[in-house]
Design a protein around this ligand. Sequence first.
Ligand code: HEC
Length: 733
Amino acid sequence: MKNRESTFQADAVRAIARRLVTAGAVLSLAIGPAFAQSPAARPAPAKPVAAHPMGGAAVDDARLLAADGEPGTWMATGRTYSEQHFSPLTKIDKANVGQLGLAWYGDIDTERGQESTPVVVDGALYITTAWSKVKAYDAKTGRKLWDYDPKVDPANGAVACCDVVNRGVAAWKGRLYLGALDGRLIALDAKTGKVAWSVQTTDPAQPYTITQTPRIVKGLVIIGNGGAEYTCRGYVSAYDAATGKLKWRFYTVPAQPGDPTNTPQLKTALKTWDGDFWKYGGGGTAWDTILYDPKTDLIYFGTGNGLSWSQEVRSPKGGDNLFVSSIIAVKPQTGKYVWHFQEVPGDEWDYDVTNPLMTADLKIKGVMRHVLMQAPKTGFFYVWDAKTGKLISAEKYAPANWASKIDLKTGRPVENPDVRYTDEKAAIVQPAPLGAHNWHPMAYSPKTGWVYIPVTESTTGFQSAKPADFKVKERVYNTATVATSDKITELYGKPGAPQRGNIRSYLEAYDPVTQKAVWKAPDKDYGPHGVLATAGNLVFSGDWSGRFNAFDAKTGEKLWSAPTQADVVAAPSTYVIDGEQYVALLVGARGLPPGQARTSASSANNSRLLVYKLNASLTLPSTPIAGSVAGKVLDPPLLTGTNEQVIDGEGAYGRFCAGCHGAAGVADKSIPDLRYSPVLRNLATWNSIVLDGARADKGMVSFKKVLADGQAEAIYHYIVSQANKAKAEQAKR
Ligand code: HEC
């Protein structure tokens, strides 16, 4: 399927795609005028770095602050505190990037999405993979140092909205810190991978998940969580890095009036809500970015959507619903509130603003400003004063119809009156819940002064479910919206209506000072991918056509490209060992490259760590990808179900199964394509898996509690019907 996301988007679970899709030994001082002007970005004097033992992860505040003094190290996911995903390295540049080749690779033993940016410090390279596993390698040779598996109960996969992913470790004083999918925060010995301590940061009885990278600030480990679609109330916590002791917790949305966790800010926030919203948790989960800025001594994080999405259900009389879809700045030692900026008041389009934040020093109207920047899902690029949160500018970096502009005085969007919806009124909204940019790291090059954003253009239809019918259910999205309806279809049919679903994606160079796009490099296949910018005037990014690419940072011209045999969503990092510059990238995503849809539980999504350097020439194995549908023949049993069963099955499949198995039965990620399943030959086996949890240990949990009587069988008949339709199509070819 060439455009997997468009069918996915059209389905009742389109929303699940929302988060899926969701850098030396030599210090270059010739980094250009923008860099030179900026006091914060100026490299610290290159004092000799004490030799740290291999794998020592000897990172502390002083070393992180002086990270530009050792440009060959990539100590944190975004390299420095500023999270610019920029490397001052110049050994690989425009002239020689064509000679980049594969130096070594490591096969990953988990399928599903791989989202972490490799962290490289003291000769060791660390990644996290799906199911919150951690792997350590010798960064020069690729020799595996150790593996760590937190053994997350696969049942947690059922409440991971957007795959069982993890975005990386934080290194600190000989340890690595990991947020596990099941809500644990785990400290590992960086040399051995042995657990130093582990704490449960969430109530295991509640459907919380963690996929983000912890942030370490002044000896505290800061971590949030996700789960806003599953009745969770968002919060961010700080733990003592040495002991794992809880130091503070900041809730992002109020609880029931009178609840002791309602701080003065949350009591004020309560006034912006209506109804019994707390019964559904409220949402506002801070599931991705946590940024620390040493200059302002503030921690910033973005919060997600409220629950449900539909405001008619969540907060019937409307209101801003603080602090959903907001940036919040707090003091690192205490978690004390300093300021907030709500980007999407009363959000009902799943516009999380959890997207990557970064700090930079920009010359705006002749004055150097220390700013905070973000390219959130909404399509507007924000530049704030990092200290005060005062909005400096906000303009569209991608098409968006939900608001015409951001009022610079109030900071509020000027909303398009057509985009709010009820159970009676539908709306077509751009961007769709996946957003114009999601969690995928963007990069800022102080050399060009531009931000490099992986942009996706998409639209979706919204209509509220009947408020009276809304009932929270386990293991499903409780958004109280419908994705398809006659009214939505009618709106898309009107002249001048936007294109439905996923439209296009590209890498965009964006000038944050003038707030204008500079160049766009289009993707062949739709899908977002993390970015790295280097002082070699290069921008590195993978894609969803199974390629890893290098672009000219000034022009967007593609200068180099190599096959990855897998979709790429993660961002690369770069480092130097023994004078040689390496570029490392984790590949493997929920989707497989076009034509490689998964057909059985045993097929692979080719998840690997790929590491490149100049003049290397290793090639990836040429064995065909196991489980590819290319060449496979469908052989389903004949349809024996009734028309009613097939229709009932279609609805239930869309609600309960499509998020993992793909819209309309077509697998779009590394989870079996049920149409090809041998299990279709035996309804009893089917029921043992779907109702009795026979494969629960493999991540296919029992759906007994959520399915109505007869629905497992109805879904079975629907899949048999879909398989027979596809078989007829195959026969025509
Ligand atoms: C949270 C993700 C998730 C959801 C939701 C989900 N599944 Fe699965 N399912 C899986 C995974 C992972 C496997 C592969 C298990 C294995 O490796 O054996 C699987 C396997 C299966 C299989 C066995 C296929 C085979 O050929 O071995 C069946 C049948 C199945 N699922 C049916 C369903 C139905 C019906 C629903 C909806 C009621 C559903 N699944 C919802 C993740 C999911």
